[in-house]
Design a protein around this ligand. Structure first.
Ligand code: FE
Ligand code: FE
Ligand code: ZN
Length: 275
């Protein structure tokens, strides 16, 4: 099982690899810069290469870079859309230094413009930032549907992908808390939900799983993560997720409310439940 958690990037790239290994993980997720936006630290190429060597030595699964969640590719204000484009272009330029990495982002919030306009602007955004030499796969995250978030349904993600020219560069990251919050019953009908994902988007697009429990019942659209087994999804359903034949080879990233010891315990727990 490939599993890790979200880690702070303040100590640098290699330090995240070492932290991951120390808590029993073989991958991790990190923010490319302050999640609330702003300038990124200057890129430390030697540190990036040290992490790559470390990942090779310890047989890590691909790591997942997460874009700042304040970026909005479908903002109504053109200067905010431009900002999202500039930041993601810069992030992807940096990501080229990591041969085993993916880049995940929240599609955006349509802020009263409607889902159709949102979908149109997000695909335009992707067509502006993707280029044919890009090595890093860009993942659209499934969203909880909080406020005017686009990507609450598989159909919305499909509609975005359909409009992207270099669509082979696009994948999907399924967040268990978000899809459950979005109204998909992964507790009682995991097979049906994955069938639907396959029919609408295609399971070959699914590249990563955010493994979270949820503080709220199915369909709440609140996006509040809970520790594994402490929420409305529950341990049994999450064990089914990591063992599902369509999912078990994918990397799982915990984004549960934990410090490192809590993450270590959840990683050990999930590993102990591998069938
Ligand atoms: Fe996210
Ligand atoms: Fe997530
Ligand atoms: Zn979330």
């Amino acid at each position: 099982m490939h599993i890790g958690c979200h880690l702070s990037s303040t100590g640098g790239f290699l330090a995240m690899g070492e932290t991951a290994l120390s808590i029993g993980a073989d991958t991790f997720q990190f923010f490319t810069r302050n999640p609330r936006g702003g300038a990124a630290k200057p890129f430390d190429k030697a540190d990036a290469e040290a992490l790559n060597a470390f990942m090779d030595a310890h047989a890590f699964a691909p790591i997942l870079a997460h874009a700042p969640y304040t970026l909005n590719a479908c903002a109504a204000d053109p200067s905010l859309r431009q900002y999202a484009q500039d930041v993601m272009k810069d992030d992807l330029f940096r990501m080229d230094h990591f041969p085993h990495a993916m880049y995940n982002f929240h599609p955006g919030s349509h802020v009263k413009q409607g889902v159709e306009v949102g979908v149109e602007l997000i695909s335009l955004h992707l067509n502006n930032i993707l280029h044919k030499d890009l090595k890093t796969k860009v993942l659209l995250e499934t969203m909880a549907g909080k406020g005017s978030e686009v990507g609450r349904t598989f159909e919305e993600l499909r509609a975005i992908i359909d409009r992207v020219e270099l669509d082979e560069k696009i994948g999907v990251c399924l967040d268990t808390c978000h899809v459950f919050d979005g109204g998909y019953d992964i507790v009682n009908r995991l097979d049906d939900v994955l069938d639907e994902f396959d029919k609408v988007i295609g399971l070959r697009r699914l590249c990563a799983i955010h493994l979270n429990d949820s503080k709220n019942p199915m369909g709440s659209h609140k996006d509040r993560h809970e520790v594994i087994g402490g929420g409305f999804i529950g341990l049994d359903a999450l064990v089914d997720v990591v063992n599902h034949p369509s999912l078990k080879g994918l990397p799982f990233y915990l984004e549960t409310p934990n410090e490192l010891p809590g993450y270590a315990a959840e990683i050990a727990l999930m590993r102990s439940k591998e069938r």
